[in-house]
Design a protein around this ligand. Structure first.
Ligand SMILES: C[S@@+](CC[C@H](N)C(=O)[O-])C[C@H]1O[C@@H](n2cnc3c(N)ncnc32)[C@H](O)[C@@H]1O
Length: 229
């Protein structure tokens, strides 16, 4: 995993929120005094359907996700973790995957349904850290873009285990996250991810098969061992 390391919130154009918007600890504390609490739904609600008020929303799919979709079209089943406003879910569904997209924010999910009323995506409210049984071990592909990094470091192992649990043996996890070195302390949100932390995937027999990391981001394809029950 060879990502160069960056801090802050300045993703490259291929997966970029709107330029110059940042979300900071003070954004978070506008909504809650506990950064591990579910502050996302109040943020989406307060945005009142104005994407400009959602720091990470740019109403386009992540470029790396779009590239994956065109290089690896379905059929297949896909889960989109922390789907936000739904653009990654739509590009994966358009590539032929039967797609389930979930987000802990009810307002985000309702917004997705309004944006894409004809969508084939199953948008639903769901907590990565308390997965519904029908999501576990079901998918050929799990797409996780900037959700692990949005959770405080004390939840990192739990979040990684949950992402890994979504895919069938032989299934692929596509993940995009801000990168930091293990020597640095994450100071979020967002809490950038280190290579050492990502070793946790191996506990679920999920290992890196493609590393496209660049521009201070991990961009990884990982695959679950066929031997894993
Ligand atoms: C930084 S945003 C990224 C959204 C989207 N993936 C994107 O790239 O635009 C993180 C998203 O994860 C969602 N989220 C946070 N914690 C979650 C959890 N425990 N389960 C599911 N979604 C969660 C938030 O509501 C938010 O939409």
């Amino acid at each position: 995993m060879g990502a160069s390391v960056g801090r802050g919130y300045s993703p490259p154009p291929s997966c970029s929120p709107r330029a110059a918007r940042v979300y900071t600890a003070s954004d978070v504390h506008r909504f809650t005094s506990d950064s591990s609490a579910p502050w996302f739904d109040p943020l989406y609600e307060a945005a009142d359907r104005q994407a400009a008020a959602v720091p990470w929303a740019n109403l386009r799919p992540c470029g790396w996700v779009a590239d994956y979709a065109s290089a690896h079209p379905g059929p297949g089943t896909a889960a989109i973790v922390g789907c936000g406003l739904g653009d990654d879910a739509e590009v994966i569904a358009a590539a032929g995957y039967s797609t389930t997209a979930f987000d802990v924010s009810r307002h985000a999910v309702e917004w997705c349904r309004e944006r894409f009323p004809e969508s084939r995506v199953d948008y639903r409210v769901g907590d990565l850290l308390d997965l519904e049984d029908d999501l576990v071990g079901r998918f050929d592909l799990a797409v996780e873009v900037r959700t692990i990094q949005s959770l405080p470091p004390q939840l990192r192992n739990e979040a990684i285990d949950a992402v890994a649990s979504l895919v069938v043996p032989g299934g692929v996890v596509l993940m995009v996250a801000l990168a930091r070195t293990d020597a640095t302390v994450p100071n979020g949100p967002p809490w950038a991810v280190s290579a050492g932390e990502l070793k946790r995937f191996a506990d679920s027999e999920v290992t890196v098969t493609e590393d496209r990391s660049e521009s201070g981001h991990f961009v990884l394809e990982l695959s679950r061992s066929i031997g894993q029950e």
